[in-house]
Design a binder for this molecule. Structure first.
Ligand code: APR
Length: 241
């Protein structure tokens, strides 16, 4: 029974934020072609692209950051936050890992591990200043408040070729959970796309909640297809939340 699972690991992708008005990367519902169909990901999501055109890359993330500040969490975000709180009260856990760089899970009340970083934060390339919240925009003319250097600040987004965050915590949670759930992700980017096979190897039950079958659909025991805003609340309703 689904509700027998006390410890659950949930992975989300851009599909869960699509109904909030944030475009996916590779396409979704209602004419959403996906960000990477409009712009070159090697230019806007790689350290090399940033070195070649830091102003262009800053502008790209400034526009996205401003847009994210105008949207709100949707029913799928709130349903996961409710289930996380419910399972915690029952002595269980819902570990929420997201590939998304928006803050909609947190705004819905969920504790979240951002394995690809957080667009509302920035860091200095040259000093070990902690991640800081970005007020407004970032520019190459900005100075670092800690080391004073100019032009060393960048968005706290993990780009292609860089190591994702929280991998040890994620693998610990994989070892503890009995159910792995993947929501709103195409399963095309590793290491996240490999979690389902890791979960299977550990004997966990696996489930996909997505608009359509992902690249890894074959690896899931159970699948529900539809809009996250509909199918995620329907799934958490089994726990009465
Ligand atoms: N409800 C449910 N699923 C949806 C919805 C929706 N409303 N809209 C789209 N989807 C599904 C799509 O069918 C697709 O399978 O969400 C998935 C989105 O896939 P991608 O655009 O590839 O996004 P994601 O999987 O999060 O990308 C992974 O790639 O570009 C990098 O670092 C970036 O974190 C990102 C990573």
């Amino acid at each position: 029974m689904m509700t027998d699972h006390k410890h659950i690991l949930v992975l989300t992708g851009s599909g869960i934020s699509a109904e909030s008005g944030i475009s996916t990367y590779r396409g979704g519902a209602d004419g959403d072609e996906g960000l990477w169909s409009a712009v070159d990901f090697q230019k806007y999501a790689s350290p090399e692209g940033f070195r070649e055109d830091p102003d262009g890359v800053h502008n790209f993330y400034n526009v996205r950051r401003a847009q994210i500040r105008t949207v709100a969490p949707n029913p799928a975000h709130f349903a996961l936050a409710r289930l996380q709180k419910y399972l915690a009260r029952q002595g269980g856990s819902l570990t929420l890992v997201t590939q998304n760089v928006d803050d909609l899970h947190e705004r819905a009340g969920a504790e979240t591990l951002h394995m690809h970083g957080e667009i509302l934060k920035g860091f200095c390339n040259m000093c070990d200043r902690p991640r800081f919240m970005v007020d407004g925009d970032l520019h190459t003319s900005d100075g670092c408040d800690a080391c004073g250097r100019i032009g060393t600040l960048r968005p706290d987004v993990v780009w292609f070729g860089e190591i994702p965050y929280h991998m040890d915590t994620i693998y610990d949670a994989l070892g503890r959970a009995t159910l792995f759930v993947s929501i709103g992700t195409s399963g095309s980017v590793y290491p996240a796309a490999g979690f389902v096979q890791e979960a299977r190897n550990l004997g966990m039950e696996t489930m996909e909640l997505n608009l359509d079958p992902s690249d890894n659909a074959h690896a899931f025991d159970v699948a529900e297809y539809g809009l996250a805003g509909d199918i995620v609340p329907a799934w958490t309703a089994q726990w009465g939340v």
